[in-house]
Design a protein around this ligand. Structure first.
Ligand code: CP
Length: 301
């Protein structure tokens, strides 16, 4: 079975196939997947990813079975991840997994015969977020000959790791803006370097902002810091407001995977730059396209 664990797996052709199909779903295309069931195993909080997978599967005509919150599942009694997914594969045709540990989706995929979709593994990867991010970028700026700025918590931000890796498949310059302590992890920097991508790192937004087609802002991932003091040192930096964007191009697209804390002031919401709510909505057609494709490859039905 094909699993989707990392954005590194996604070729340009794969991305384009999913986005093209997503555009068909966005335009009203319908299929009937009555009887297909998607297992939702979320070991960490989620609003968008979980609800949009749930919506997507139901819009495809299928249904979902949800492990529910960790506190009301048998994880609370000490059941392992491996045992949990081995049980859920008997209930569902594919499993969407979010987990606080990096590598959890890889581990799960080694224990089951149904497709495993990584919906976020700690500070690792979040490849389905990347697909909806790319869909949003394509709609607003196109995917070639673009300059993308990615700002905030580049160390712990799994959406950043996945997006940066996927953008290497396109003709996209990438500027990374963060405090020194939250630079991209070494493994991601290595992959970007190996890909030959046009990548630069900065500690401030000012010099690079006027060049950008897309500015992707992220939350400082407080829950990943071992030391709360370290979090406090960087919290509140790397915010934008409508005033900041006066130096940007008129057609700059501002994105954010959400949830936001205070990185994007509410006055940006009223500008034409704001695309983060459309971005969240794009999760439904994109996940419909992904599920339709992955379930087609399954051999259980
Ligand atoms: N963007 C994202 O993954 O949001 P949730 O954590 O709400 O799923």
């Amino acid at each position: 079975h094909d699993h989707l664990i990392s954005a590194r797996q996604l070729s340009r052709a794969d991305v384009e196939a999913v986005l093209d199909r997503a555009a068909e779903f966005d335009a009203g295309e319908r299929v009937d997947r009555t009887g297909d069931l998607l297992g939702l195993c979320f070991f960490e909080p989620s609003t968008r990813t979980k609800m949009s997978f749930d919506t997507a599967m139901k819009r495809l005509g299928g249904d979902t079975v949800d492990m529910g919150p960790v506190d009301s599942s048998s994880v609370k009694k000490g059941e392992s991840l491996a045992d949990t997914v081995r049980v859920v594969e008997g209930y569902a045709d594919a499993i969407v997994l979010r987990h606080p540990s990096e590598g959890a989706a890889t581990l799960a995929s080694e224990f089951v015969d149904v497709p495993v979709i990584n919906a976020g593994d700690g500070a690792g990867q979040h490849p389905t977020q990347t697909l909806l991010d790319l869909y949003t970028i394509r709609e607003n700026a196109g995917l070639d000959d673009i300059t993308v700025g990615i700002m905030g918590d580049l160390k712990y931000g799994r959406t950043v790791h996945s997006l940066a890796e996927a953008l290497t498949e396109f003709d996209a310059g990438q500027h990374f803006i963060s405090p020194e302590s939250l630079r991209l992890p070494r493994n991601v920097r290595y992959d970007l370097h190996e890909s030959g991508a046009d990548v630069r790192e900065h500690t401030g937004l000012e010099t690079v902002l006027p060049e950008l087609d897309v500015l992707y802002v992220t939350r400082i991932q407080r829950e990943r810091f071992a030391d709360e003091n370290e979090y406090r040192q960087v919290a509140g930096e790397y915010r934008i407001d409508a005033g900041t964007l006066e130096a940007a191009r008129d057609d700059l697209t501002v994105m954010h995977p959400l949830p936001r804390v205070d990185e994007i002031a509410a006055d940006v919401d009223e500008t034409d730059h704001a695309h983060y709510f459309d971005q969240a909505h794009n999760g439904v057609p994109v996940r419909m396209a992904l599920l339709d494709r992955m379930l087609d490859r399954g051999d259980r039905r």
